[in-house]
Design a binder for this molecule. Sequence first.
Ligand SMILES: Nc1ncnc2c1ncn2[C@@H]1O[C@H](COP(=O)(O)OP(=O)(O)OP(=O)(O)O)[C@@H](O)[C@H]1O
Length: 452
Amino acid sequence: MTDTPRKLLIVEDDAGLQRQLRWAYEGYEIFVAADRDSAITQLRAEEPQVVTLDLGLPPDPDGVSEGFATLEAIRTLAPDTKVIVASGHGERDSALKAIALGAWDFYMKPIDIDTLGLIVERAFHVHALEAENRRLAARVEGNTALGGMITAAPEMLKVTRTIERVAAADVSVLLLGASGTGKELLARGLHECSPRRDGAFVAINCAAIPETLLESELFGHEKGAFTGAVKTTPGKIEQAQGGTLFLDEIGDVPLPLQVKLLRFLQERVIERIGGRKPIPVDTRIVCATHQDIDAMVADGSFREDLYYRLAEIVVRIPSLAERPGDPVLLARHFLHHHAETMHRPIKGFSPDALAAIDAWNWPGNVRELENRVKRAVIMSDGKQVTAADLDLAEPDTADEPINLKAMREQTDRRAIRKALARADGNISGTARLLGISRPTLYDLMKNYDLQP
Ligand SMILES: Nc1ncnc2c1ncn2[C@@H]1O[C@H](COP(=O)(O)OP(=O)(O)OP(=O)(O)O)[C@@H](O)[C@H]1O
C-alpha cells in the first residue's frame, strides 16, 4: 500500500517505561519525547503516523492538563496522526475525554506490551488505509480533465488537450470512437471551453430517431406542415443558436437528409418543414460516429462534400481497453460516486475485483464499466465489491485461446493495438514501443489484419 517508513512517537516521561517501550516493538522507527515541547518538535521533524501519549506529563505529571494540551497540539498540527493515550488507574474518564478530543484509542496502565502492541499495529493499519484513500481521492480529482472527464492515460490526455486547443477556433470537429468511449462528454467539454460556452449545448443522437422524424427533429416544422404538426416547433439546429450542436452517430443520417444538412452548412440558414422563410442560424457543429466513416465515404453511403464540412478536425478516441490504468481509475470513481448517492457503506474493491477490472476487455467501454459498478454497488453485501458482484468472476473460457500459438497471437494483437494507440497510429513510433523493426511490425499487422 505504501513504502513510507512506519514511525512511532512515544510521549512518556517515565525513563523506565520509555526504555521498556522503546524495545517493545519491531518494524517501526521509534522516537521518544518526555514532554510537550519535545513531542511537538519530534512530530514536526518526523511526522510519525502513530503517537502513544501519556496524559501525565511534566510540569503536571500527576494531572492530565499537559497531556490534553499535547493532544490538542498534535490534532492541530497533524490531524491524520493516530494518537493512543495512556491513562493510569482511576483515569478512565480522562481517557474517554481524550477520545472525545480526537484521540484514536486509549489503553490503561500498567502497560501490557502485547495488548498495546496490537492497538499500535491496528493504528498503523488504519492510518495507511486512510492515507491510501486520500491519495486515490486526490488522484481522481487530479485526473479530472476536460468537462469532468476522468483519465490518467496519456492516450486520452492527448485527446483532451487537442479538444481544448481546437475549442477556441470555430472549426467543425468529428469525434471517432466506439460506443461509450466518452464522445458526448468530450463534445460537451469542447463546448464549455469554447467562446460559445454561454450558448446552449444541444445534442441529438441521429441513430436513435426514426428516419421519418429526424428531419423534423433537426430542422423543426411549422404548424400544419404534416399530420400531427399541431404547433410550430423549432428544430435542434435552431435551438443551438449561438451555441454548439452535437450530432451523435452522424453516420446514420440518411442520404437525402445529408444533402439538407450540407446546404445548411454552406449557407448557414435553415427552413423549417412547411416553412417558407429562411432562418439564419449561427451554431458550431461537433459530430461523432462509431462507424468507419472513411469506408462509408468510399462506398458512397456518406457524402464526401458533407464529410469535409463536418470533419475539419478529426479526433480519434481510444477505447477503454487502449487506455491502460483507466478502467481501475474510473471504476474507483464510479464506486465512490454511486456508493455515496445510494448511501451504501461500500469502501472499495476486493483484490480479485481489481484484477478482473484490469483483465476485462470492456467492449462497452466506460458506459459498460459504469453500469457494472453501479449494479455491483446495489448488489454487494460486503464493504468491498468483489469480481462476482461485477459479474466478472468467471474467466471467459469461451474466449480463451486453446493453444500456445493462439494465445501468443492474442497477446501480440493486444500489445500492437495498445502500442498503436499510444503512438497515435505512427508506425515507427509503434515499432519503437514494441522493440521490433518496422518491417516486422508491418508483417505482424498484415498477418493479424490490423490497421494503423
Ligand atoms: N473519462 C470519463 N470520465 C468519466 N465519465 C465518463 C468518461 N467517459 C465516459 N464517461 C461516462 O460514460 C457514459 C458514456 O459516455 P458518452 O455518452 O460520452 O459516450 P459516447 O461515446 O458518446 O457513447 P455513444 O456513442 O454510445 O453515445 C456517460 O455517462 C459519460 O458521462
